[in-house]
Design a protein around this ligand. Structure first.
Ligand SMILES: Nc1ncnc2c1ncn2[C@@H]1O[C@H](COP(=O)(O)OP(=O)(O)OP(=O)(O)O)[C@@H](O)[C@H]1O
Length: 470
């Protein structure tokens, strides 16, 4: 069955019209500015919190109709508090939240509920209502107390159930539902309310990945039709993919705001969350994507040095695994801007590098040899060899002759990776005669390194004992 995004016609049209995508955080507007503003929501010098506890201060944000805003930040940074204050549920300590010219905290609840819906975090619903009853309650602001639901109201309820894929639950009691089902029912209720602005507190927290995408897709499509969406999110990747603008909260304030690519930066995440992360670009959407890096303590590393011959972005996975496993990794020789160079840089590894499009020359090779011979093992990734990086292969051969253990990752044969008309292949055959270890996937590389590192530590133990007893 196809879902229609079009709401059935209503007796009270929502007034959703053109979409002006804009969002700004700024100091308080002057009186002159105010006269030309067309913001749907204006948050002015807001201080919010509880009694004397100021959770957030200096919050000034302008939201235009049609914005899709994500509020992100660490635990207890005030995301829910801000959303509750914007929703009118929590009174501000000072400042104001203005919706279409009216202070939300002075509006009648019924009047506000026609324009704004708030999906709270899933709480225990103790009342034995059916799902249909719960979603129907979303129509309350639009109905006269003594009036029965009109066919138009019923059609909206049906639409909200369908669009959130909760129709099959309509006769079930909400007390029996799973957390994810309840979450979708609460979103259905809010959509049945037919608001201009939808606020959602962690709407995906209980949802599996399929339902996360499904709900976010529905919200995005409704947003394209004019629904203004403001939500709190912990998942930074979802936030980057779906939100047009982000507010990053930290230290009782808006720490950063703007487009996802400007807010979700490694520096911001490190400062606010205290985590080192890898920021890459989503392959199809172009938005930032966050990959968590473990907090590696150098003193806990395996004390086993791996020099990696990488290139062309073909050794990225291997590099990440090595770092995760606690090896001391150096990389080289790499050209500036190479995919593996960029990752090595993000990971903070020592890179022996040369400018882009420059061949590995004798000087670079000499330094590479020094690094290889001081490593416990040289690992050659499944990289292609051309005339530019042939020097790396020559140096690996030299290191092998000097007795350095060599591990070769061969996902593809050297014939497939030789762009030198056979020179690389000859060097490779020479290398194989020195008794290198050959493996065909990353897992096996890790197994081999584990064995080699184990041998090294066993050999070291008597020395350590001697030192200890001296
Ligand atoms: N009713 C309350 N009374 C007093 N303090 C509260 C109340 N609710 C929340 N707080 C406090 O306000 C601060 C912000 O809480 P809030 O729930 O807004 O953070 P959050 O960013 O949404 O957190 P999380 O990511 O953990 O959900 C916290 O220190 C919290 O303990």
């Amino acid at each position: 069955m196809r879902m229609s995004l079009e709401k059935p016609p209503l007796s009270c049209p929502s007034g959703i019209t053109g979409v002006a995508m804009a969002f700004r955080t700024r100091p308080s507007a002057s009186l002159e500015d105010r006269s030309v503003m067309t913001d749907l929501i204006k948050i002015e010098d807001l201080v919010c919190g509880f009694n004397d506890c100021k959770v957030l201060k200096e919050i000034t944000v302008a939201v235009d109709r049609g914005a899709f805003i994500g509020i992100i930040g660490p635990n207890a940074s005030g995301k829910t508090t801000l959303l509750r204050t914007v929703s009118g549920v929590l009174k501000p300590i000072s400042g104001e939240v203005v919706l279409e010219g009216q202070n939300v905290h002075r509006m009648k609840r019924s009047q506000l509920a026609k324009k704004l819906a708030f999906v709270t975090q899933v709480a225990e619903i103790d009342f034995d209502f059916t799902v249909e009853d719960i979603v129907t309650m979303g129509r309350t602001p639009h109905c006269n107390r003594f009036q029965r639901l009109t066919p138009a109201d019923k059609a909206v309820v049906k639409w909200a159930l369908e669009i959130t894929r909760t129709g099959h639950l309509s006769q079930r009691s909400v007390t029996e539902l799973s957390g994810g089902e309840k979450q979708r029912v609460l979103i259905a209720q809010a959509l049945a309310q037919d608001p201009d602005v939808l606020l959602l507190d962690e709407p995906t927290s209980y949802l599996d990945i399929n339902h996360q995408i499904e709900i976010m897709d529905v919200l995005k499509r409704l947003n394209r039709k004019g629904l203004t969406v403001i939500m709190t999110l912990h998942d930074l990747n979802l936030a980057a993919q779906y939100c047009n603008y982000l507010l990053l909260l930290s230290d009782h304030r808006i720490y950063a705001s703007g487009k996802p690519k400007d807010v979700i930066t490694a520096e911001n995440i490190r400062r606010v969350y205290g985590n080192d992360v890898l920021i890459t670009v989503h392959p199809t959407l172009g938005c930032p994507q966050v990959t968590l890096s473990p907090k590696l303590n150098p003193t806990e590393s395996k004390g086993f040095k791996v020099h990696l011959v990488a290139g062309g972005g073909m050794a990225s996975q291997l590099m990440g695994r090595l770092v995760m496993e606690g090896y001391e990794v150096t990389v080289g020789v790499l050209n500036h801007g190479d995919g593996d160079w960029m990752l090595a840089k993000e990971l903070g590894l020592f890179i022996l590098d040369i400018p882009a499009f420059v061949d590995v020359d004798d000087e670079a090779s000499q330094r590479n040899l020094e690094m290889m011979t001081s490593a416990d093992v040289v690992l050659v990734g499944d990289v292609p060899f051309g005339h530019g990086n042939l020097g790396n292969l020559r140096t690996v051969c030299e290191s092998a002759r000097a007795g350095v253990p060599i591990v070769l990752l061969e996902k593809r044969s050297m014939e497939e990776r030789d762009y030198t008309g056979g020179v690389a292949l000859n060097l490779y055959s020479e290398l194989l005669n020195t008794g290198c270890i050959r493996v065909d996937n990353e897992d096996k590389v890790i197994e081999v390194l584990h064995t080699l590192a184990g041998r090294k530590s066993t050999l070291q133990k008597p020395c350590e004992l001697e030192v200890a007893s001296a």
